[in-house]
Design a protein around this ligand. Structure first.
Ligand SMILES: Nc1ncnc2c1ncn2[C@@H]1O[C@H](COP(=O)(O)OP(=O)(O)OP(=O)(O)O)[C@@H](O)[C@H]1O
Length: 331
């Protein structure tokens, strides 16, 4: 039976596995991550991509068809992935599909606006009939920006921080300050049930870190995820409601009816309900906001997509790669 390798490259981690399976293996790139978003372009270290393909080889993912999921923009990354898939992984054929399209497919949706709040980037993408529609927006504000804000909050309280930076290519090199901030964010931070500015101040709450240090968390646990909704002028971040309502207004009717919320940083308690209310206020009508049940929506979409026939998924053969070169996927 045909068993395609499915490779989903995100800013913070790569997900690897095989078509037809429900879950990937996750290669956590640590912090700040696998890809970067500099000056409106997707940037990467070729060594990190090599490490992803080495991991794929160890999984037995070489010399078989490859389906790649990658950020919706990023020509240089796409060219690099094409080369590694055909030359390093010796794939007989390769397909590359934009991550938001696969996220929608992984959640069983053909028409929706995908809001993906990941590690390095938040993207909003209208999907119509299973295809990317005009109106894609990407901003370099997501989980990693929140980690930096938590780090600042910890520093302000005089917390002694581990200083060794984590390096994902050398596993087990210890945990850095950013990793501690990320852990605190994932375990303690949440969105308030209503806009924070409308709520009474909450009681102070002291939390004990694994090394015994105490921090007061009420001062930042709700305020930091709140920025996902309110936006931040200093960080040129418009906020999820504004990004999503602009995308909805610019897309066709079918994509307008439902927002699909995916990505690790969409998992804050109350975020989907707050986004739904904010969209109703700004658009003057109800838009359903659904949170993906699966943590790895775009990888799962890839696992489903590689079982779909051509032309639903465009696959390129090795002969086409030899004729057209690395530009195959950048068009
Ligand atoms: N339960 C949680 N609550 C809040 N944040 C979380 C939670 N679980 C994971 N995250 C955050 O989600 C981010 C990773 O999300 P995800 O795996 O979707 O990103 P990615 O696909 O690698 O990157 P990107 O979507 O930017 O390309 C990290 O910042 C992580 O701290």
């Amino acid at each position: 039976m045909r068993r395609d390798a499915v490779v989903d490259i995100g800013f913070g981690s790569a997900r690897l596995g095989f078509g037809g399976e429900e879950l990937p293996q996750v290669l956590d790139a640590g912090l700040p991550g696998l890809l970067r978003y500099d000056h409106d372009a997707v940037n990467f270290d070729p060594l990190d991509i090599e490490a992803v393909f080495r991991e794929l080889e160890q999984l037995g993912g070489f010399r078989r068809p490859v389906l790649l999921s990658a950020p919706a923009e990023g020509g240089a990354l796409r060219r690099h992935l094409a080369r590694h898939s055909f030359e390093t992984a010796e794939a007989p054929e390769v397909a590359l599909v934009a991550a938001p399209v696969l996220a929608a497919l992984g959640c069983g949706k053909l028409n929706c606006t995908v809001v993906d709040v990941g590690a390095g980037v938040t993207s909003v993408a209208p999907i119509l009939q299973g295809q990317l529609h005009d109106g894609l927006q990407q901003r370099p504000f997501a989980g990693h920006a929140l980690d930096l804000m938590v780090l600042e909050a910890l520093k302000k309280q005089g917390v002694t921080l581990p200083d060794e930076p984590p390096d994902w290519r050398k596993r087990g090199t210890g945990f850095g300050a950013l990793r501690l901030a990320q852990d605190v964010k994932e375990t303690i931070c949440f969105c308030a049930h209503a806009p924070l500015a409308t709520l009474e101040p909450a009681k102070a709450y002291r939390h004990i870190l694994p090394d015994g240090q105490e921090v007061e968390v009420t001062s930042f646990s709700r305020a930091i995820p709140e920025v996902l909704l309110t936006g931040s002028e200093t960080q040129s971040w418009p906020g999820l409601p504004r990004m999503a309502s602009e995308a909805i207004l610019s897309s066709g009717a079918a994509a307008c009816r439902e927002v699909l919320l995916v990505g690790g940083s969409s998992r804050f308690v109350n975020l989907s309900q707050r986004l739904q209310r904010a969209l109703a206020e700004s658009l003057g009508r109800k838009v359903k906001v659904t949170s993906a049940e699966t943590r790895y929506a775009s990888w799962l979409g890839g696992s489903i997509a590689c079982q779909l026939p051509h032309p639903m998924v465009r696959r390129y053969s090795k002969a086409e790669y030899q004729e057209l070169g690395e530009d195959l996927f950048s068009r």
